[in-house]
Design a protein around this ligand. Structure first.
Ligand code: UDP
Ligand code: MG
Length: 350
């Protein structure tokens, strides 16, 4: 039996959102555990968030959480998406420092040591910066590159290019991040917004260990819209430019029309009229859409719903103060043995 220091706050937390990652999970657990042990000995926790998986991920995470006291299994009530799943893990983890890592092992856990050293030297956030991406389609690389360049043009804060959510965060920076209540979350941008001292660590992004990407084009587009609309109102200003542009063209047309009237040439002009109607109609619809997008966000946020619902949290560390405290009154030992399970419907309104 391992002897683990029972502190309310482990030195290190690792948070990983998992959606149908049955093939990667055992390897993730092995490599992350090894990296943690090497850096902080026994004083770590691994928070695995199951984002409503439909494969064996749930069982794997539950088994790990029941057998290894370092593992906390968080089971969301359905699939909420990467950013929200990650958010729930970040709310729950308690470490002095927190490593965010995808479950597919594209980002090597072995970089933890380098990240910790940079943080020892005074950084609050150490973010992984990809120098190369292996095994990702040309389309994905191109779209990601174009996206970050566009994003940085449009928004007011500087989001480093070629970064994902792979990063090590200090407790104070994470506490501040956790205070942000927005529903549409673009976490890497929100972390940039925090300020503090943020330093990059360059690395090569590897291929997925197993399985397919869980970010099909549809989710990528949603993600991009969240990023832009979450950090900028520039798209709303588009209408001003569009309006100016149309007014200019209108003025030219006016001269043309008056000229036509004077020379008695007024029957023609169907083409120009149609063009003007279509261009104006298109521009107006576009801007209505943009306004609708922001209005929709306002509406969703104003409902003040919790960001997610946790169906279950599993930890096998009954001496853990957090477990004991929240569990008082409804402690139910798991049939399979020492696992302690909390069935309270915790929700993530922060
Ligand atoms: N993920 C999640 N919920 C989702 C989609 C993805 O928790 O709805 C997790 C996924 O298991 C992985 C991480 O988010 O750990 C990043 O997803 P993926 O690797 O598919 O994205 P990519 O690296 O292709 O951008
Ligand atoms: Mg991936």
């Amino acid at each position: 039996m391992e002897t683990r220091k029972k502190t309310a706050r482990p030195a290190l937390s690792v948070v990983s959102p998992c959606f149908n990652e049955e093939e990667s999970l055992p390897e993730l657990y092995r490599r992350v555990s090894a990296a943690c042990r090497e850096q902080v000995g026994d004083d770590y926790e691994i928070v695995l968030v199951d984002d409503g998986s439909s494969d064996a991920s749930r069982t794997i995470i539950r088994d790990l959480a029941e057998t290894d006291p370092h593992v906390v299994g968080v089971f969301l009530s359905r699939n909420y998406g990467h950013q929200i799943a990650l958010t729930s893990g970040l709310h729950i983890c308690r470490g002095d420092r927190t490593l965010i890592i995808d479950a597919d092992l594209q980002d090597p856990p072995e970089l933890l040591g380098d990240m910790i050293r940079l943080m020892d030297a005074g950084a609050d956030v150490v973010y992984g910066k990809r120098t190369a991406r292996q095994g990702e389609s040309r389309f994905k690389r191109f779209s990601a590159g174009a996206f970050y360049r566009l994003l940085n043009r449009v928004i007011d804060i500087d989001i480093p290019t070629d970064t994902g959510d792979f990063r090590l965060m200090s407790r104070r920076s994470l506490d501040e991040l956790n205070r942000m209540p927005e529903q549409h979350r673009f976490i890497r941008g929100m972390v940039s917004w925090l300020g503090f001292r943020q330093v990059p660590l360059e690395y090569v992004r590897e291929k997925r260990f197993a399985g397919e990407t869980k970010y099909p084009l549809r989710k990528m587009i949603h993600f991009a819209i969240d990023a832009i609309a979450g950090f900028s109102i520039v798209p709303l200003r588009l209408s001003v430019f569009l309006g100016l542009f149309c007014a200019l063209i209108g003025a030219v047309f006016l001269v043309y029309t008056i000229h036509g009237y004077l020379v008695g040439n007024t029957i023609q002009g169907w083409t120009t009229t149609m063009t003007a109607v279509l261009v104006l109609g298109g521009g107006q619809l576009l801007m209505l859409g943009v306004i609708g997008e922001y209005l929709g966000r306002l509406y969703m946020q104003s409902k003040n719903r919790p960001l997610y619902i946790i169906q279950d949290i599993v930890r096998s560390d009954p001496d853990d103060p957090a477990t004991a405290e929240k569990d008082s009154g409804r402690k139910s030992a798991r049939a399979r043995g020492k696992g302690v399970r909390k069935s309270a419907m915790l929700s993530g309104s922060h």
